[in-house]
Design a protein around this ligand. Structure first.
Ligand code: CMC
Length: 421
C-alpha cells in the first residue's frame, strides 16, 4: 500500500468471512474506497438473513430456508424475520389476527385506483398507492416511537397484498374483493385475486400452499438492491410507507424482480421442444446477448436452495392440475436436463434459480405475468420492513451517504456568453 499503509481492523460476524473495517480510512489516511455496485462492501450490520452462495445456504434468523419452506407458514416466517424468534402458538395467533385486522384498506383509498388508466402496470399502481398510505395512517409515521414502527410494519405486511390484488382487479375491470378473515394469508390473496361476486371462489389447498412457499422463498434476501434502497431511504428519516414504495420501485427493474416474467417470455418464444437446440446454440454463441433466463445467480454458485424447493413444488402443482402435457412443462424439463449436462452451463455453474420455477408455478396458478413482480413485492415487504426496523434501531444510525470518484473538470472560472466559443 506504499505511503498509504495503515492497519485496518478486521470485524468478525457470527457466520461468513471477516470484514475489513474502513471507517477510519478517510480521517486517518485521507483516502476512501472505490466499489461501484457495492460488490465488496458491507453496508450495514444485520442479524436477519445469511447467505453462503458457494454452499447454497440461505438462513433466516439462523433457520435454513428448506426447514422454513417445509414446516412454517409465510405468516410464521414473517414473524420470525420481524422479531428474530419463532413465535409461540399464542403469539402466532395474535400476529395472524392482527394482520387480518390490518388487511382492510381505508375506504377512501379505493378512490386512488380510479386515477390510474385501466392498462396501467400493476407495479405502478402498487408503488403509488403504497406511498399514499402515509397520507392515511398518520399514527404510524412517527419513526422515533417503537410501537408506531411496529404498527406500520404490520400494516404494510397486511395491506400490501390487498393493494396488490386490487391493482389486478382494477386492470381487469372487475370489482374489488375485500379480505376474508376466514381464510389463511395465501388463501385470502388468491380469493382477492380470483373471487367474483357472481361465483364463490373455492381455494385449492395445494395451490394455496404453493403460493405460500413462493412467499416464504421471496420474503428476504439480505442486502439486495431493493432492500438497500429501503435502508438508504429510511436512513434519512422518511416514513415507512415512503421507504417501502421506494423498495417497490427498485424491485420493478428487470435486473431484480422481473426475471421470472422473462423466463415465461423466453419459454413462449422457444415455443416447442424442437426449437430448444437452436435456442441453446444462440445462448452459447452469445448472439445478441441471449441468455438462458432463470439460470445462473450472482451469489449462488453451486445451487440456489430456493430453486430446489420450488422445483418440487412445481411438480406438485403440475400433478394437482394435470399439467404434465402442458408444453411449458415439457420445455422447462428439457431445458433443465440440457443445462445440467451441457459443458457450457456445467463449466460456468449455471443452475436453475428461484425465478425459473416461480414463473412456471405462478403461471400454473393462473396469475398473469404482469403480476409476477407484484407478488414478489407482497412477499418482500416482510424483508423490507424487518430490515428497515433493524436499521432504525441500530445504535448510532446515520444517514446513508456514499462517496464518489470524481472524474469531471478541474476547477475553472465562469465564462460570459460573449467569450464562449
Ligand atoms: N445464460 C447463459 N450464460 C450465462 C447466464 C445465463 N443465464 N448467466 C451467466 N452466463 C455466463 C456469462 O455469459 C459468463 O460467461 P463467460 O465467463 O464465458 O463470459 C458467465 O456465465 C458468468 O456470467 P456473469 O454475467 O459474470 O454472472 P453474474 O453473476 O454477473 O450474473 C445473473 C448473474 C443472474 C445476472 C446471470 O446469471 C443472468 O443473467 N441470468 C439470467 C437472468 C436471471 O435468471 N436472473 C434472476 C436471478 S435470481 C434473482 C434473485 O435472486 O432474486
Amino acid at each position: 500500500m506504499g505511503e498509504h499503509a495503515a492497519e485496518l481492523p478486521l470485524l468478525s460476524g457470527t457466520l461468513g468471512p471477516d470484514v475489513v473495517d474502513i471507517r477510519k480510512l478517510t480521517t486517518e489516511l485521507g483516502v476512501f474506497t472505490y466499489d461501484p455496485s457495492y460488490g465488496e462492501t458491507a453496508s450495514c450490520r444485520s442479524a436477519i438473513t445469511f447467505i453462503d452462495g458457494d454452499k447454497g445456504i440461505l438462513l433466516h434468523r439462523g433457520y435454513p430456508i428448506e426447514q422454513l419452506a417445509s414446516k412454517a407458514s409465510f405468516v410464521e416466517t414473517a414473524y420470525l424475520l420481524l422479531y428474530g424468534e419463532l413465535p409461540t402458538e399464542q403469539k402466532y395467533q395474535e400476529f395472524r389476527w392482527d394482520l387480518k385486522e390490518h388487511a382492510l384498506l381505508h375506504e377512501q383509498i379505493r378512490n386512488f385506483f380510479n386515477g390510474f388508466r385501466r392498462d396501467a402496470h400493476p407495479m405502478a399502481i402498487l408503488c403509488g398507492t403504497v406511498a399514499a398510505l402515509s397520507a392515511f395512517y398518520h399514527d404510524g409515521v412517527d419513526i422515533s416511537n417503537a410501537a408506531s414502527r411496529d404498527l406500520s410494519a404490520r400494516r404494510l405486511i397486511a395491506k400490501v397484498p390487498t393493494i396488490a390484488a386490487w391493482a389486478y382487479k382494477y386492470t381487469q375491470g372487475e370489482p374489488f374483493v375485500y379480505p376474508d378473515d376466514e381464510l389463511s394469508f395465501p388463501e385470502n390473496f388468491l380469493s382477492m385475486l380470483f373471487a367474483r361476486p357472481s361465483a364463490r371462489y373455492q381455494v385449492n389447498p395445494i395451490l394455496a400452499r404453493a403460493l405460500d412457499r413462493i412467499f416464504i422463498l421471496h420474503a428476504d434476501h439480505e442486502q439486495n438492491a431493493s432492500t438497500s434502497t429501503v435502508r438508504l431511504v429510511g436512513s434519512t428519516g422518511s416514513n415507512p410507507f415512503a421507504c417501502i414504495a421506494a423498495g417497490i420501485a427498485a424491485l420493478w427493474g428487470p435486473a431484480h424482480g422481473g426475471a421470472n416474467e422473462a423466463v415465461l417470455n423466453m419459454l413462449t418464444q422457444i415455443g416447442t421442444r424442437e426449437n430448444i437446440p437452436g435456442f441453446i446454440e444462440k445462448v452459447k454463441s452469445r448472439e445478441s446477448g441471449v441468455r438462458l433466463m432463470g439460470f445462473g445467480h450472482r451469489v449462488y454458485k453451486s445451487f440456489d436452495p430456493r430453486a430446489k424447493i420450488l422445483q418440487q413444488t412445481y411438480h406438485e402443482v403440475v400433478a394437482e392440475l394435470g399439467l404434465s402435457h402442458d408444453p411449458m412443462f415439457d420445455l422447462a424439463t428439457e431445458l433443465e436436463r440440457i443445462a445440467s449436462h451441457d459443458e457450457y452451463f456445467v463449466q460456468r455453474r449455471l443452475y436453475p434459480n428461484v425465478d425459473f420455477y416461480s414463473g412456471l408455478i405462478l403461471r400454473a396458478l393462473g396469475i398473469p405475468t404482469s403480476m409476477f413482480t407484484v407478488l414478489f413485492a407482497v412477499a418482500r415487504t416482510v424483508g423490507w420492513v424487518s430490515q428497515w426496523r433493524e436499521m432504525i434501531e441500530e445504535p448510532g444510525q446515520r444517514i446513508g451517504r456514499p462517496r464518489q470518484l470524481y472524474v469531471g473538470a478541474q476547477q475553472r472560472d465562469f465564462v460570459p456568453f460573449a467569450d464562449r466559443k
